[in-house]
Design a protein around this ligand. Structure first.
Ligand code: GLU
Length: 286
């Protein structure tokens, strides 16, 4: 059975772009007789706020997007992420790193989809692991996994190319997890067969496909949908002052009509869909 998910981070209100993403995930599951799940990506303790979680529930109900089962909270799954990290450590594929963001910015020679590419400063060094982050030794991981492919329903078959991310952090200094590790383990644990998300996260799927291979996880199909953009081509964002989904709900708008408008690609003035998104990371994990 097909299973999709909507995985918002509760660090701000949902905007129209999130609503569009939720409609896409919900409708793909429903059209194919599958299930639509809700996952709350709340491992970032400093930025996650419980009041947004409550708001998301009400927003999705208002939009008429019913999810199956109980929502998944990433903050309750830290043990599973730590265990995944231990398995990768036991395979000799992770190494501790104590570099700061500022040090990396100075030392990095390349820029990747997620910002400056870590130059490998701590790789092969005898770094005290206490309180350190753990990075994936990308070159070794790629050799260990061998050539990999994955499929995006819209973009077609892809040869996995995670190398340009460099040695990504899989276990943060403050947390036994990272976006890449948590999202990959959760999609497997929840039986997600179709990973639906915005095209801005297209490139991270190269990394997730690698982690699936290393951890022996099932491989889903991906569906990276076009993003809602402003008239100047920039992605919708909370800070730009357009009303949030919660604002619209509180103002008495009709949520189901809004969801139908999104389905029909009828957007407010100045907002349109753009498939023209080069992948860009959203998650600073170090
Ligand atoms: N939590 C992520 C976000 O809000 C989505 C991650 C995903 O769908 O894999 O951008």
């Amino acid at each position: 059975m097909i299973r999709t998910r909507f995985a918002p981070s509760p660090n701000g209100s949902l905007h129209l772009g999130h609503a569009y993403a939720a409609v896409v995930a919900h409708d793909l599951a429903r059209a194919r007789g599958g299930q639509f799940l809700l996952r709350i990506e709340d491992i970032d303790g400093a930025r996650s706020r419980p009041e947004f979680v409550e708001e998301f529930f009400r927003d999705l109900e208002w939009l008429g997007l019913a999810w199956g089962g109980e929502p998944v909270f990433q903050s309750r799954r830290l043990a599973a992420y730590a265990e995944g990290g231990e398995r990768l450590k036991a395979m000799g594929l992770l190494y501790p790193c104590r570099c700061t963001r500022a040090e990396i910015a100075v030392a990095a020679a390349d820029s990747g989809p997620d910002g400056p590419v870590y130059p490998g400063t701590c790789r092969g060094r005898n770094v005290d692991p206490e309180g350190a982050a753990w990075r994936l030794d990308m070159a070794r991981a790629i050799v260990a996994a061998g050539p990999l492919e994955w499929t995006d329903e819209l973009a077609g078959p892809q040869a996995a190319d995670p190398a340009r991310f460099g040695d990504v952090v899989l276990l943060r200094k403050d947390l036994p997890a990272s976006y890449h590790l948590a999202a990959t383990l959760d999609d497997a644990a929840d039986g997600i067969t179709l990973v639906t998300r915005g095209a801005d996260l297209f490139a991270v799927s190269h990394v997730h496909r690698l982690l699936q291979a290393l951890l022996g996880l099932p491989v889903p199909v991906w569906h990276h949908h076009a993003l809602l953009v402003e008239a100047d081509g920039t992605k919708l964002a909370k800070r730009r002052g357009s009303p949030s989904i919660a604002d619209r709900r509180r103002a008495g708008e009709d949520g189901r009509a809004l969801a139908d408008a999104l389905r029909a690609h009828r957007f407010p003035a100045g907002i349109s869909l753009s498939g023209n998104w080069t992948a860009m990371g959203l998650h600073g994990e170090t």
